[in-house]
Design a protein around this ligand. Sequence first.
Ligand SMILES: Cc1cc2nc3c(=O)[nH]c(=O)nc-3n(C[C@H](O)[C@H](O)[C@H](O)COP(=O)(O)O)c2cc1C
Length: 338
Amino acid sequence: MNYQEVLEQARGCIGDYCKACSICNGRACKNQMPGPGAKGVGDTAIRNYDKWQAIRVVMDTICENAVPDTSLELFGRTFRYPFFAGPVGAVTLHYGEKYNDLTYNNVLVKACHDNGIAAFTGDGTDPAVMEAATEAIAAEGGAGVPTVKPWNIQLIREKLELCKKAGSFAVAMDIDAAGLPFLKNMTPPAGSKTVEELARVAELAGVPFIVKGIMSVRGAQKAKEAGAAAIVVSNHGGRVLDQCPATAEVLADIAASLEGSGMKVLVDGGIRSGVDVFKALALGADAVLICRPFVPAVFGGGEEGVKLYIEKIGAELADTMAMCGAKDLASITRSMVC
Ligand SMILES: Cc1cc2nc3c(=O)[nH]c(=O)nc-3n(C[C@H](O)[C@H](O)[C@H](O)COP(=O)(O)O)c2cc1C
């Protein structure tokens, strides 16, 4: 099987909303929610993708002829590549019957670990989602990042206990989930947190705490104040607020504001190739999340589909590094993009 065949297979079983496009650029699903689209007019996911394409890479092959080292050190673990599979929750609602959150995470977490990266898992209103996700992570020796929704503190505490039991190497919270239409009016509701509330969560996590959904220097500074070990610059793929800037537009300033703090910066939103991963690192990210494309990879090819997708992105990254004169991730600099 090759990656194009994985996509073709996915088209036959992925439900009505996702078209398993060759390039997942937000156009075919636009504002389709339920489905993988974006909120409101639906152009934020499109903008995320387009803004990476507007950045170009600077070729320079007058350098040592070395095989690029794409490995990443993060929170005491070594990964083969600086990208992770991002959290996608409510899989059946958005992508049809073939998988649910439980079976999807079982495939994704294992396949990512087997192939040298890790998966972030989503959370749901059904408690079984976090239970199963943390079980899948436990089975892989903690190689996964559960992403807890910003519930009330009592429920967060219960979910963090599951994460602890799983031995996950980090825990994330999508702090922007307050904007999800599906979570409005839930009991207990998921919603915004103050710096003090977030600091309490960071403390309870007991492992590096990652705040996902930062779109400004101000937000990054609040996450730092709360004791987060990392942020994900993310607008949730346009699903929580219409008319956000693209993450590529805000990443450099946010990363610069955290320089020297020891905090790690991740970014997601429309990153679709190893060249895009390279661009994100050049703008100051330590690593990236790729989210929607892992869904057709699982639907169309199961564990093999995930492996093929990881290898495709990894090979593109290694090629870009070689062609731009970056022998390892630390050598990727701002001057390598324009
Ligand atoms: C159907 C769907 C479900 C998602 N569920 C979650 C979730 O449960 N938790 C979360 O933090 N982000 C969730 N996200 C957001 C993604 O993790 C990510 O931030 C966003 O899709 C942008 O990345 P991408 O352009 O690579 O998909 C979801 C996105 C989609 C499309």
